[in-house]
Design a protein around this ligand. Structure first.
Ligand code: ZN
Length: 90
């Protein structure tokens, strides 16, 4: 029985085996994070070097780092928006 495991679906995740979307669940067991496809049964261990530490770092991220991250994410491959940093959709 695995009913005590808390499995969470990952929205938008695509299974590397059957390519179904929204079929991937993740769960934590024995100190490791696993991902599993509920459609085809694919499963894998996810490796997070220093998992707890990494989360802590994100929380303590400085404003500059946050801005830098936003810039990277918003940097589009298509021309005009990138040319004018004042063009924001928010
Ligand atoms: Zn699958």
């Amino acid at each position: 029985m695995t009913s005590d495991l808390k499995k969470r679906f990952i929205a938008g995740a695509v299974c590397p085996r059957c390519a179904e979307m929204d079929k991937i669940v993740v769960y934590h067991q024995e100190g490791k994070d696993y991902r599993e496809c509920v459609s085809c049964g694919y499963s894998d261990v996810m490796h997070f070097p220093g998992a707890g530490r990494e989360l802590e770092t994100r929380v303590n991220k400085t404003e500059e780092e946050k801005k830098a991250e936003v810039q990277v994410i918003k940097f589009p491959a298509s021309g005009n928006v990138a040319a004018d940093p004042k063009t924001k959709k928010e």
